[in-house]
Design a protein around this ligand. Structure first.
Ligand code: PA5
Length: 435
């Protein structure tokens, strides 16, 4: 894999013996995942999506991608949580490295109920050629449904009912739901996401792959990368080989030692939405039965000038995981300053990657001295292939961490609580307050 995991700065807190004592447990839990004998076993199809992806699916996506590119220069993905964050992570991560020629600009809706956001979006779309893709596995998520209604009406005004119909794509679950009914009634083109993959594990299904391809990203490379990770992380649960499980074991042990917050800090800005995707994956999967790390994120070095103080000298209830990029796609070096004195001569000829790496090393050792253990996950470089590996790596690690702490990583009963309260406050028929 093009991902490496480093635990040097956690060794003061977690001994090799403690790590190794979990090997047997990990072996059993790995077998539970593979044999579908553990909790949430109906939702394990994500485990082998890369190796089981039918080639015809690439062809289908490719033909839709071509068609959409002809039709529009603005593509709106409507969705929230797992039905949106994977696409956002991929498009943000690969933004300036992909061949985006002819690809429409990607917009997002339905991930907020902010009135101004949607009003501004509709205004932006007015003089654009627009297609939309609503993505909702359950088909009943309020945020997505509202945005879909707003955008449907916008599209029908702009293109007429028939014209709008040819520009709307629905991606939903196999179970009959409001959106699938609507798609049937209106004749929208629609696709299904597999029953056995929960939203936050669905980036490598049509829910993510279609919009990611439309954004101009090479989804074959993404899936090839995921396949490399699938093979490597399936073949053995040995902690000296399986780095996703080793990371999971550290997360589990650190949590048990009172490090209840995992602060994932990235030094490369392309990781911005990968962090958001990871937070959702970890938080919604692991936070149950009074357990679960609180997944937080930071963007270094900017947050070193703010949160850095809290990390260094605040309560020691957290650990950091540095998400690092070994090599940027583009190189910038500090040039000679032509006689002007700006105090930077000592950096002449050094690249920003080099300086950023020293910032990482400097903060890692400072925070360690402040009582904050840290782990590091390094991606070789920025590519669709490597992102596929990273998605899969985190999915495996989160599933294993959830199993280690005895929770079902694949459900989200707590999310229903707020929804019921909100629906009851909105007088939605047939809802009652609470769980
Ligand atoms: O991981 C999950 O299951 C959730 O985050 C869902 O993806 C999110 O709630 C959106 O659900 P849906 O796709 O049903 O609209």
């Amino acid at each position: 894999m093009n991902i490496s995991f480093n635990d040097d700065n956690a060794k003061l807190f977690i001994s090799n013996q403690e790590v190794n004592s979990l090997q047997e447990n990990v072996d059993h839990l790995h077998a539970d995942l593979e044999n579908k004998t553990g909790q949430g076993s109906d939702f394990l199809e994500w485990l082998h999506l890369p190796s089981r992806m039918p080639p015809s699916l690439f062809d289908l996506i490719h033909s839709i991608q071509e068609e959409i590119r002809e039709q529009c220069n603005a593509f709106v993905c409507i969705g929230i949580g797992g039905s949106y964050l994977g696409t956002r992570a991929a498009t943000t991560f690969l933004n300036s490295t992909t061949n985006v020629k002819n690809a429409p600009e990607i917009y997002f809706a339905g991930n907020t109920m902010c009135s101004d956001y949607h009003a501004d979006l509709l205004q932006t779309l007015e003089d654009r050629e627009v297609c939309i893709n609503v993505i909702s596995k359950s088909g009943n998520t309020l945020e997505s449904a509202i945005a879909f209604r707003l955008l449907r009406s916008f599209m029908e005004k702009k293109y007429g009912k028939k014209g709008a119909c040819s520009r709307i794509i629905v991606t939903t679950g196999l179970q009959k739901n409001v959106i699938s009914d609507l798609a049937k009634e209106e004749g929208y083109r629609s696709f299904q996401t597999p029953d056995g993959v929960g939203g936050r594990f669905s980036v490598l299904t049509l829910a993510g792959l279609l919009p990611i391809a439309i954004a101009g990203i090479d989804i074959r490379a993404l899936m090839d990368g995921a396949l490399v990770a699938e093979n490597e992380l399936t073949i053995s649960s040995d902690l000296s080989i399986n780095s996703a499980y080793l990371y999971a074991v550290y997360r589990h042990l650190l949590f048990q030692k009172g490090k209840s917050i995992e602060l994932m800090a990235a030094f490369h800005s392309s990781f911005e939405y990968v962090l958001e995707w990871w937070k959702q994956l970890a938080g919604e999967s692991e936070g149950k039965k009074g357990k679960g790390l609180f997944p937080a994120s930071a963007h270094y070095t900017t947050d070193l000038h703010s949160l850095g103080q809290r990390v260094q000298e605040g309560t020691c209830n957290l650990f950091e995981t540095f998400l690092l990029m070994e090599k940027s796609s583009k190189v910038i070096e500090i040039e000679r300053a032509n006689g002007t004195e700006d105090g930077l001569d000592y950096l002449e000829g050094k690249s920003l990657d080099f300086i950023n790496e020293k910032a990482y090393k400097g903060s890692a050792s400072a925070h360690l001295e402040g009582g904050i253990p840290n782990l590091a996950i390094t991606l070789k470089e920025r590519s669709a292939h490597n992102l596929g590996q990273l998605f899969y790596f985190f999915e495996r690690a989160v599933a294993m961490t959830g199993y280690l702490s005895g929770v079902n990583p694949f459900d989200q009963p707590g999310v229903e609580f707020y929804k019921n309260n909100m629906f009851s406050l909105l007088n939605k028929p047939n809802t009652k307050k609470g769980k």
